[in-house]
Design a protein around this ligand. Structure first.
Ligand code: SF4
Length: 489
């Protein structure tokens, strides 16, 4: 995960000044919110399904040790390999050493947030391996040397024109290549097809691991995931340790909710279930030398799939979260719905958060995994309106955890100076009713000057930070206790 050199508030300021970014965000998030709403409207049993899914996630995490052991055993029985990685360094070392040992020159990658968390591209490139992102959004991000700004739509912050300019500069696209979206997509597909054919290793994420079968499920809409996991001879799948479901039946529940919440589809276009590497033929098993085995294997085994499957199971702070009051955030299935609905994300987009996981889920997950001391601003990037909890298919109570993290940040001495001063003044006033009343009277008198039609457009001093981007409601002409007294008398 990453923190840029500039502060959170500086990144927010930059985002708010970027008119193109805000226009692109408004268009995309509005569309996602509408698609999701329509998708759930056509599912009468949606509420029961969400309750059931939450129960599955809660049960899985309460028994995670058992399900992880069952999953690993099944993967190995299927011919796959498991790497238990406590830290990003351990995970990256395993992948880089594997690439070196197998003489890998080119890696194709399917979209994976966990690979962003690990920064595996950087590690492989440092070892001389070429890495090509194959999800269209990730491909664009890689060309632009940027980071994804959304969990499921990494390039949500760019307009079509910005992407066309990028293709012209980086891919030498012609006017015909850029005539419309299908032409631009066709250009990217032509460029990527050659990489798929020559890649030695494919890296993917894992949407869900299935404990009973040792299978991994990958959900995509472009087909690049299927090519990444079947064309190269080695497949490396990266999975957070919480991403398990006990059975294939449970997987069916999750898939119904994931696609609807993410893109408003009943089901994603490709739901791949991978169970072990390519199955070896009898002829291959009979042969002795490795070279003969490989050639016989090609002739008599399953027609597609990698020769080797390696699954990295990453902790990176998840065990710590699991044993804390933030454990519920591990129910997340990374649908992105909470980002789309969040009034803060809608304005600032993903890059302003400065972490791999943006939006409401990131505001909990990032400080949870990496410590609130370094990420104390993120829990404040919320109006606590509760919209994230409303749309979350797992009904995760994000606002509760944001409040907990805010309190933790203050305990860790991370409260901004203005907040500390404000709370001191507030405490001073609330224990002295005369002072509280006086403050209220002064506020109401001030509002008479500052507010028009019930709203103030410009507050003085440090309060101006509020009215820089939104109006402030005028205080009620009479306080509650004043009205109470009047009603009673
Ligand atoms: S927290 Fe809920 S809404 Fe947000 S990405 Fe995760 S599952 Fe989706």
């Amino acid at each position: 995960m990453t923190a840029a050199n500039v502060t959170f508030y500086e990144r927010v300021e930059d985002a708010l000044q970027d008119k193109k970014l805000r226009a692109a965000l408004e268009l995309a998030t509005t569309r996602f919110v509408t698609l999701r709403r329509n998708a759930f409207a056509s599912l009468p049993e949606a509420d029961a399904l969400r309750d059931h899914a939450r129960t599955i996630r809660a049960h899985t995490l309460a028994n995670l040790d058992r399900y992880l052991a069952q999953f690993a055993e099944a993967v190995e029985a299927n011919g796959g390999h498991i790497c238990w990685a406590e830290t990003p360094e351990e995970a990256n070392r395993y992948v880089v050493e594997l690439a070196k040992a197998r003489g890998v020159k080119t890696v194709v990658k399917s979209k994976s947030m966990i690979s962003e968390e690990l920064e595996i591209n950087h590690e492989l490139e440092a070892a001389g391996v070429r890495v090509v992102e194959t999800d269209l959004g990730e491909y664009i991000i890689q060309l632009a040397h940027e980071r994804p700004s959304h969990i499921i739509a990494p390039v949500i912050h760019k307009s079509r024109q910005q992407i066309a300019d990028l293709f012209r500069e980086k891919l030498r696209a012609t006017d015909a290549d850029l005539a419309d979206v299908p032409s631009m997509t066709a250009l990217a597909r032509r460029m990527l097809r050659a990489d798929f054919l020559q890649a030695d290793m494919g890296i993917s994420g894992v949407n869900f691991g299935v404990a009973e079968t040792g299978s991994i499920c990958l959900v995509t809409n472009e087909g690049n995931g299927r090519l990444t996991t079947t064309t190269p001879r080695i497949h490396v799948a990266m999975m957070g340790m919480e991403r398990l479901v006990p059975t294939l039946e449970d997987l069916g529940v999750m898939l119904q909710l994931l696609a609807r919440s993410a893109t408003g589809q009943k089901l994603s276009v490709y739901s791949n279930i991978v169970t072990g590497p390519r199955k070896r033929g009898k002829e291959a098993e009979r042969r002795g030398s490795e070279e003969n085995e490989r050639s016989a294997n090609r002739q008599s085994s399953e027609p597609d799939g990698p020769d080797e499957l390696h699954i990295i199971i990453l902790d990176n702070g998840r065990s710590k979260v699991l044993g804390s009051e933030l454990a519920e955030i591990l129910y997340c299935i990374r649908c992105g719905a909470c980002l789309n609905i969040c009034p803060v994300y809608q304005q600032i987009g993903g890059h302003a958060y400065g972490s791999v996981y943006p939006g409401p889920v990131g505001a909990v997950l990032t400080p949870g995994l990496l410590g609130v001391e370094s990420w104390s601003e993120l829990p404040h990037a919320s109006s606590l309106c509760g919209a994230c909890r409303e749309v979350c298919p797992m009904r995760i109570d994000i606002p509760r955890m944001l409040l907990k993290l805010r309190a933790d940040g203050i305990k860790a001495g991370k409260a901004p100076a203005w907040l500390k001063l404000g709370l001191r003044l507030y405490r001073l006033a609330v224990v002295r009713p005369w002072l509280y009343r006086l403050g209220g009277q002064m506020g109401r008198s001030g509002m008479k000057v500052l507010a028009r039609n019930g709203w103030s457009k410009k507050l003085p001093g440090p309060l101006a930070a509020w009215t820089d981007y939104r109006d402030f409601p005028a205080l009620a002409p009479k306080s509650f206790s004043q009205r109470w007294r009047e009603e009673r008398d």
